[in-house]
Design a protein around this ligand. Sequence first.
Ligand code: 8YV
Length: 312
Amino acid sequence: MSATLMIGTFSETDSAALQDAFDPVAVSSPSDIAGLDIAIRDGISAVAFKGHSPFGAAEMDMLPGLGLIANYGVGYDAIDIEAATARNIRVTNTPDVLNDDVADLAVAMLLATGREMEHASAWARTGKWKAQGEYPLNRKVSGGKVGIVGLGRIGREIADRLAGFKMDIHYFARSEKETPGWSYHSDPVSLARAVDYLVVALVGGKETEKFISGAVIEALGPQGIVVNISRGTTIDEGALLDALETGGIAGAGLDVFLNEPDIDPRFYALDNVVIQPHQGSGTHETRAAMAALQRDNIAAFRQGAALKTPVN
Ligand code: 8YV
């Protein structure tokens, strides 16, 4: 028998489509695999995975017939790729289909933070506009200097959008790209020093942990705004909170956090932070495309065809 295991919390639509296509067994998290009967575990050859709970060697070893983990998401930092490769388990992800939405949200957070839109909205809603008059002046975003940390597919979409806002584009990447007019920085401190806005579009995982360090945040300075649409792990969150609380930087627009959704309550007390509940790819259109790509990868695996978007 060759069965599929669905791991995670899927929307009703995505779940129904997976049921129709593969009639899977379902659990909420990789840590639930241990609770499945051995006979069921032995029959699993493909996993449809969604979420950010760790999927490591121990969980893989409980599924001896596993050949594929099809991840719902471009980021696969929750999955131990080295352990999967060592066990001949292929991993796929859902790149590209979410670039637009994630880039849109990054730009929205940059504008919302810079133009103090949450404050300004509260000013109107709580009657201050009527009672106290015009909202205090804030800052011009168009034409500013922005640094993109990670010029991959999503980073590039963000940079292209911000070029439309007449911004001076700087970036950090592992190597310089063919980007006439944009300024390359080989280290993030130099990048942060050169700009007013820093947008983090790195991949997650051990290699990029705390890449945006206290030193980078300090280099950005009191006028600086940080936007993060990558993973909570890419920023030294303690250093970020300290800087936000003490005026070390001006503000932040954050879609991702450590320990989400149980995020550090210090964030809730800050009025210079725009908080989004990791909703970068969360539109009907994009989530449908991500789910379809995940199913296509499973179908390809079942047919012995080439995987659509392999990771390893
Ligand atoms: C998640 C994401 O997949 O693609 C990614 O890497 O972070 C998101 O799109 C989504 O939150 C579902 O877990």
